[in-house]
Design a protein around this ligand. Structure first.
Ligand code: TXA
Ligand code: MG
Length: 323
């Protein structure tokens, strides 16, 4: 494994910025976060300004220890306790009824709060050194792909934000967001902790996501997401992707083709996708970003089966494809 480039002095600098009410970007196992003291209203508002994020879209609060959750919520239902035992630290965010001491800016005025404990040593050390839970959305400008490397963060924010460089994100897709405020858990955003994993851990059926209720319950779903400048086409397999790429090239467009297959039509810029779903999840956002850097008109990308991690991959791809 690649050693982290983060020095003790960089960590000290980052935590000093957070303690002073500032904003820093930091690595997690999912994607990079843009963090500030979750209990400091002014600091949290800076995140919204920097990202250009609508103020009615709440943030995820990151903690360093399982026991830190208690201060942020009213109570911990048994389902949540089981999930915390099983999946924290890790890519699972739980939505619970919030403690009134958490500022409205953090939760966008909701009576609930989204919390997770990242599986990343640097993230947890930063939280501990800062002496506060850290509110952090993905460290991208609103509507852009989430960053999976420090370089991607700098591409969006330049020198405006201090970045802790923890190398490439291990998972590459944002955490699963799970609403635990009702009798049955509801997945608001699919991620690496899958429906099957949650059902196995809780012994409960996870309620299906319904688009209508989702808009109300997870404000983030109202907004356009993960969209590169290029038009994105998601195809069933390599052959179909190749065919679509050829058609687009014939129309005179600058085309990228991302697939597991080797051969690509003449004129297409080829991004070779790893075989495994985990590998594809890891590469996805870097490819969306590269589509912009190479000023592609269209990106044709091979989809995956909508199962397990494939559900999260297809969720992000369909959002990227939406115009
Ligand atoms: O993996 C991740 O979750 C990353 C890393 C940095 O931890 N963070 C991330 O944050 O993806 P963001 O802000 O890009 O996405 C947070 C999602 C949004 O869709 C938001 O609407 C939803 O979580 N959310 C936050 N608080 C909520 C709440 N109280 N109820 C329902 N949804 C909530
Ligand atoms: Mg985001």
């Amino acid at each position: 494994m690649r050693r982290s480039k983060v020095s003790a002095s960089n960590l000290a600098k980052a935590s000093a910025i957070i303690r002073r009410g500032g904003v820093v970007a930091f690595p997690t196992e999912t994607v990079y976060g843009l963090g500030a003291d979750a209990l400091n209203e002014k600091a949290v508002k800076k995140i919204f300004r920097l990202k250009g994020r609508p103020s009615d879209n709440p943030l995820i609060v990151h903690i360093a220890e399982k026991t830190d959750v208690g201060k942020l919520v009213q109570s911990i239902p048994q389902i949540a306790e089981r999930l915390i035992d099983k999946f924290w630290p890790g890519p699972l965010t739980l939505v619970l009824f919030k403690n009134p001491s958490v500022p409205d800016a953090t939760t966008a005025g909701l009576e609930t709060i989204a919390i997770r404990m990242p599986d990343h040593e640097i993230a947890r050390r930063l939280i501990k050194l800062s002496g506060a839970p850290i509110a952090a959305p993905s460290a991208n400008r609103s509507g852009r792909p989430s960053p999976t490397s420090a370089r991607m963060v700098r591409g969006d924010f330049g020198d405006a934000v201090f970045v802790l460089d923890g190398g490439r994100a291990k998972i590459g897709l944002e955490s699963t967001v799970l609403d635990c405020t009702g009798p049955r858990p509801v997945i608001l955003r699919p991620g690496a902790v899958t429906k099957a994993m949650i059902e196995k851990a809780t012994g409960l059926k996870v309620a299906a996501r319904k688009a209508a209720t989702l808009k109300h319950r997870s404000p983030g779903n109202r907004y356009r997401h993960y969209a590169p400048e290029a038009a994105v086409f998601v195809m069933k397999n390599h052959a179909a992707a190749k065919k679509r790429a050829s058609t687009l090239i014939q129309r005179g467009l600058r085309v990228g083709l991302a697939s597991g297959g080797k051969n690509s039509p003449a004129g297409a810029i080829h991004f070779r996708l790893p075989k495994s779903h985990a590998g594809r999840a890891r590469e996805l956002y870097a490819i969306l970003k590269a589509a912009d850097e190479k000023q592609l008109d269209a990106l044709v990308i091979e989809g995956v089966e909508k199962k397990n991690l494939g559900e999260a991959i297809m969720d992000r791809l369909s959002k990227a494809a939406k115009r």
